[in-house]
Design a protein around this ligand. Structure first.
Ligand SMILES: NC(=O)c1ccc[n+]([C@@H]2O[C@H](COP(=O)([O-])OP(=O)(O)OC[C@H]3O[C@@H](n4cnc5c(N)ncnc54)[C@H](OP(=O)(O)O)[C@@H]3O)[C@@H](O)[C@H]2O)c1
Length: 260
């Protein structure tokens, strides 16, 4: 084990499950102390924190509803009190209502943008002062639905497009502080949320996506974790304001003359 993040302090939102969990464990394996953040699933958060601690590093468990700026503040107050510093902030958590546009109500849009945009803005305003003098890293997590259309995905797809833009603006404003800001855009990742999205059609969706992916499989949470580690590393210190895909080539493929 290289321990290349030894003693670094990392906060990943939504790190109790899925992509966030895999990324928290990947940082912990490299020696980082991590915040395991969750909203409802306390047992998943404590189980992940236990896995992290078995790796010989610290895990702080923080519950925060990201629709609430007050709860985000409590989480950052804890980080400030316990560590007084932060090296990596990864805005990973997301939630939405998957609906066709004609069935999408203002509150659906409002709640999605609250979690995907407003919470990130608020969290970054708390994270940046903690990164003072530490060459901080901000990583946001988007999805291919920001550029391509998917059924019932307009609500979160448009929020993710805004998140990519916000990340570029952060890169421009925080660059002079030595902070890089990049977006990871995963393909279709095998987690609870994609099963919730596809419902009974998950197996068909999976087979279709694999058939159109040059590297013949779905994205795994560990693929995203690997890119996050790279973006947080010294090797990526001059990469900022970018949207980087990790999708096995899924978004390269258009239809050929034979319709395939
Ligand atoms: N899965 C995919 O195919 C895919 C593809 C592209 C991009 N992404 C993006 O990758 C990220 C992670 O996705 P995932 O599939 O790993 O998600 P997931 O397995 O559904 O996990 C979601 C995490 O976010 C937390 N969370 C959800 N809503 C929250 C809220 N309002 N406040 C605080 N925490 C909240 C959950 O905590 P609790 O469990 O405690 O509620 C959980 O830890 C998301 O930004 C997603 O849009 C996913």
């Amino acid at each position: 084990m290289s321990q290349s993040f030894k003693d670094k302090k990392v906060l990943i939102t939504g790190s109790s499950r899925g992509i966030g969990r895999a990324t928290a464990l990947a940082f912990a394996r490299e020696g980082a102390d991590v915040v395991i953040h969750y909203r409802r699933d306390e047992s998943a958060a404590f189980e992940t924190a236990e896995e992290v601690r078995k790796l010989g590093v610290q895990a702080l468990v923080c519950r925060a509803e990201l629709e609430s700026p007050e709860e985000i503040d409590v989480m950052f107050d804890t980080v400030e009190k316990e560590w007084g510093a932060l090296d990596v902030f990864m805005a990973n958590a997301a939630a939405t209502a998957f609906k066709p546009i004609m069935e999408t109500k203002a509150h659906h849009i409002g709640r999605t943008y609250e979690v995907v945009i407003n919470s990130v803005l608020h969290a970054v305003q708390r994270a940046v002062p903690l990164m003072e003098g530490r060459n901080g890293r901000i990583i946001t997590v988007s999805s291919l639905g920001s550029r391509f259309t998917l059924p019932r995905y307009a609500n979160i797809g448009s929020a993710k497009a805004a998140l990519e833009s916000l990340t570029r603006y952060m890169a421009a404003e925080f660059g002079p502080n030595g902070i890089t800001c990049n977006t990871i855009s995963p393909g279709v990742v095998e987690t609870d949320s994609v099963r919730f999205y596809a419902k009974d059609e998950f197996e068909t969706f999976k087979a279709n996506v694999i058939s159109r992916t040059p590297i013949k499989r779905l994205t795994q949470p560990e693929d995203v974790a690997g890119l996050a580690l790279f973006l947080a590393s010294d090797a990526a210190s001059f990469i900022t304001g970018q949207v980087i895909g990790v999708d096995g080539g899924l978004t390269l493929i258009s239809y050929g003359p034979d319709g395939r």
